[in-house]
Design a protein around this ligand. Structure first.
Ligand code: PLP
Ligand code: TYF
Length: 393
């Protein structure tokens, strides 16, 4: 039987991680996988998470099963963080998931259960896993144009033109902030225009929010999501806790669904059903830590302060890289680096130029020229800028 299996294409981002590890050069620079790193290249456990873990170790008396959809306290903490304290409780259903990836997958499954004819609209480009999960599910999807390669900014006119094709009951996947892989994001006015269009079409927005707090701040990064949630009757939000709580391997995420109040009970039951059919209970540890951090004023204040340090560090690196490139190129054509937000920027190098930088300079970025800003430090910013110019970008 198993000899009939065909090899699967590896995840390019994870494969790059392996190549980086195998490279013996000591001056190598990893700008590949989307993991936050400090100036020393470490991905630390955040202070508030460590403190919560210590408390939990003292207080936890059982590891029996929790609730199938996850604890209501976790749902409420996540909804408060994403939607604000006054979120519509009578319309919200929520599911604790295995990371943001699990939230995306469950959101796609839920959409398909509710509307077997659904088409999922996805930005071009997007996080490659969106497309590979949809393909694996044999789920129809369409791409909408998003990125203007020349200016490295959002091609909003093209995006709106493509979304004109959306049908009632279709799902439109939007990155809530810090677009992966481009770094280019909608303005709040553009979010409003998207809301108008989805409202007119009767389409359902699904927001992938994997980097809240990594762009312009916890509140600012949720602004587009909150605008959509305030305007549309039905919304899905797939939130990840991997990056903003630094708990990648704990696999913590949350799918939130806004429906009409009358549909809430069945929607909530369907979410629990999806967990049960897939793996029964989602892992508890990360979700419990997130709940503790968000509910305890002292832990929360410390977490928010550390998240701000992380965010400002990345903004500083963006400014430094843009300044270096301005000087070396004697032009402002790389100023987009300082305007992009989040961990990533698509720099606009060809696959050959990306390869040249890997071979000549031991600089690793994803093949579409997405670079992880957090992989830089004061020493490597000038090296990267030089390599970008030398590669002819
Ligand atoms: N969505 C996007 C756009 C991402 O970049 C990521 C990255 O990790 C995820 C979702 C899911 O993250 P995780 O499953 O690690 O929580
Ligand atoms: O885009 C990234 O780099 C992150 C991390 O299969 C990631 O989202 C990459 C690949 C993958 C899962 C997570």
């Amino acid at each position: 039987m198993f000899n009939s299996l065909k090899p699967q294409a590896p995840d390019k981002i994870l494969a790059l991680m392996g190549m980086f590890r195998a490279d013996p050069r000591t001056d190598k620079v990893d700008l590949g996988v989307g993991v936050y790193k400090d100036a020393e290249g470490r991905t630390p456990v955040m202070r508030a998470i460590k403190a919560a873990e210590k408390q939990l170790w003292d207080k936890e008396t059982t590891k029996t099963y929790t609730a199938l959809a996850g604890e209501p306290e976790f749902h409420a903490a996540m909804a408060g963080m994403v939607l604000g304290a006054d979120y519509p409780k009578d319309r919200l259903s929520a599911l604790q998931t295995v990371g943001g990836t699990g939230a995306c997958r469950m959101g796609f499954e839920l959409a398909r259960m509710a509307n077997p004819d659904v088409t999922i609209w996805v930005s071009d480009p997007t996080w490659p896993n969106h497309l590979s999960i949809l393909s694996f599910m044999k789920q129809d999807y369409k791409l909408y144009r998003y990125f203007d390669a020349a200016s490295r900014s959002v091609d909003f006119d093209a995006m709106m033109a493509d979304l004109e094709g959306v049908k009632a009951g279709d799902v439109v996947l939007l990155h809530g902030c810090c677009h992966n892989p481009t770094g280019a994001n909608l303005t709040i006015e553009q979010w409003g225009t998207v809301a108008d269009l989805l409202e007119a079409k009767g389409a359902i927005p699904m927001i992938d929010l994997a980097y809240q707090g990594f762009g312009d701040g916890l509140e600012a990064d949720a602004a587009g999501t909150r605008l959509i949630a305030s305007r549309l009757p039905e919304v899905m939000i797939a939130a990840s806790c991997s990056k903003n709580f630094g708990i990648y391997r704990e696999r913590t995420g949350c799918l939130m669904v806004l429906s009409d109040a009358a549909s809430k009970e069945v929607t909530q039951g369907t979410l629990a059903y999806l967990n049960r059919q897939t793996y029964s209970f989602a892992p508890d540890h990360g979700a419990r830590l997130v709940t503790m951090v968000l509910a305890d004023p002292a832990l929360r204040a410390d977490w928010e302060a550390e998240l701000e340090e992380v965010r400002n560090g990345m903004l500083g690196l963006r400014e430094a890289l843009a300044a270096e490139l301005r000087q070396l190129s004697n032009s402002d054509r790389f100023d987009f680096v300082a305007k992009h937000r989040g961990m990533f920027s698509r720099i606009g190098a060809s696959p050959e130029q990306v390869e040249k930088m890997r071979v000549d300079n031991a600089i690793y970025m994803v093949g579409d020229s997405r670079l992880n800003i957090a992989g830089l430090n004061a020493k490597t910013v000038p090296l990267l800028a030089r390599a970008i110019i030398d590669a002819g970008v």
